[in-house]
Design a protein around this ligand. Structure first.
Ligand SMILES: [Zn+2]
Length: 134
């Protein structure tokens, strides 16, 4: 990776973290990132390059959940346990045309859980419809 690209990555991480802190267009942590992914809110997904986490996936609707629930909270179907949620996250990111950025050796990023997302919009703060998003 070039120095310029590394600097851009670094700036992107800072941007997402500051957005998340101000409750703006950023979320951190697996639970919130998964939720935003499913809401179609995510523009850029940032993941530590060594990220790994358990999760469950619904065998019926494909819902991903950071809580190890036996039944899908969305459709009630039984869930499958995933050893590592990364593969499922990457698949969702590709399907939804989300930019995926791997973050390497960033202690502040590791501290917030190693996963975060920059949002196009926040569905829960959307009042004027889609037109306001862009
Ligand atoms: Zn389901």
């Amino acid at each position: 990776m070039s120095a310029l690209l590394a600097q851009q990555r670094h700036d992107q991480v800072r941007e997402v973290l500051s957005q998340a802190r101000s409750n703006g267009r950023g979320v951190t942590g697996l639970r919130r990132v998964l939720r935003s992914l499913e809401m179609g809110e995510v523009q850029v997904l940032l993941m530590a390059d060594n990220y790994s986490s358990h999760a469950v996936e619904c065998g019926s609707c494909g819902h991903l959940d950071a809580h190890m629930v036996r039944y899908c909270p969305v459709c009630g179907h039984s869930t499958l346990e995933l050893e590592d949620v990364c593969e499922a996250i990457v698949a969702v990111a590709i399907r939804r045309d989300v930019e995926l950025v791997y973050v390497k050796d960033d202690s502040e990023f590791d501290y917030i859980g190693g996963i975060a997302a920059l949002l196009r919009f926040r569905a829960d703060q959307q009042r004027g419809g889609m037109a306001a998003a862009s």
